[in-house]
Design a protein around this ligand. Structure first.
Ligand SMILES: CC(=O)SCCNC(=O)CCNC(=O)[C@H](O)C(C)(C)COP(=O)(O)OP(=O)(O)OC[C@H]1O[C@@H](n2cnc3c(N)ncnc32)[C@H](O)[C@@H]1OP(=O)(O)O
Length: 263
């Protein structure tokens, strides 16, 4: 089953004791725990990815701001692979810390685990990397203070962060190159698939009005909210490829209905 723990973790994290005997705690580390309520779940009764992305973004933003000492914004989030689902009543634990600061940007590592309070088990859900940028001031671009890695794990993340940054900055160029060089699949190739669904039928559009509940402490739409909207639309689009199309039309209708109530 998808929500069975495949990667059990100890509940207590080891304390870091440095070579000189000093007990060390990373100052940029932020931990957030949430119990999953029905209002956080999707139609399957599992935590919706959009809600989880919102929590991850908020936790990572606090970590970035603690390091930067000023207001920060989400620039990007790398690929995320969700390894297990999270059910209603389970606890989501999110830990974020700054792996490395560059000039005005920094990489924040985010670890999500799930905890079953009644069985004392905890397992990994995903590990993600987000880039946050310190907002420009009137004086111009902010120069962040550097991160000093103290433990072996931090040193490893510090080194990898530079490589990941290089990869994410060339990612957009690679995608553009691919788009300009690839030839489109011919219609006859697509017709080989049985029960193919016209691409147009999977097209879903959503119009969202930005309201105060969608804003963060900087009074701007926070990245997690945008990711949640994207995930919602993508879920509906993906489900449109299913045969039971009528059920999903009802789902879309419900969402439009909600939108009208918000307005
Ligand atoms: C759309 C939304 O409302 S989402 C909600 C929250 N997020 C936002 O509002 C972010 C909107 N985006 C922006 O404001 C801008 O695109 C920014 C600030 C992210 C980047 O602006 P730019 O004009 O490219 O600024 P600039 O070239 O100075 O880059 C700033 C830093 O961001 C980094 N950066 C820019 N784009 C990316 C990216 N896609 N991924 C990772 N890092 C990035 C740059 O490498 C640079 O890092 P450095 O200062 O450490 O060298």
């Amino acid at each position: 089953m998808a929500n069975e723990p495949r990667d059990p973790m100890p509940l207590e994290e080891p304390m870091f004791i440095l070579g000189n005997g000093e007990v060390y705690r990373n100052q940029t580390e932020i931990k957030m725990s949430q119990i999953v309520l029905p209002c956080h779940a999707n139609y399957c009764g599992e935590l919706s990815a959009g809600q989880l992305l919102k929590w991850m973004d908020s936790t990572a933003c606090l970590s970035a701001e603690r390091h930067a000492g000023c207001s920060c914004i989400t620039a990007s989030v790398d690929d995320i692979h969700f390894e297990t689902t999270i059910g209603v009543g389970q606890v989501v634990n999110i830990t974020a810390k700054v792996n490395r600061a560059f000039t005005s940007s920094m990489e924040v590592g985010i670890l999500v685990s799930c905890e079953d309070l009644f069985s004392d088990r905890q397992w990994k859900v995903c590990h993600a990397f987000a880039t946050f940028v310190a907002r420009r001031t009137e004086a111009g671009k902010v120069q962040l203070k550097q991160v000093i890695p103290r433990t072996q794990a931090e040193q490893m993340e510090y080194s990898l962060a530079a490589e990941r940054r290089r990869m994410r900055l060339i990612h957009a160029e690679i995608i553009n190159d691919l788009l300009s060089s690839c030839s489109s699949q011919t219609v006859s190739e697509c017709l080989d698939y049985q029960e193919a669904v016209p691409a147009e039928r999977t097209r879903v559009e959503s119009v969202e009005l930005v309201l105060p509940p969608h804003a963060n402490h900087q009074v701007s739409t926070f990245g997690g909210q945008i990711m949640a909207w994207m995930e919602n639309v993508a879920t509906i689009s993906a489900r449109c490829t299913y045969k039971k199309y009528n059920i999903y039309k009802m789902y879309i209708f419900l969402i439009l209905d909600l939108f009208i109530i918000f307005v």
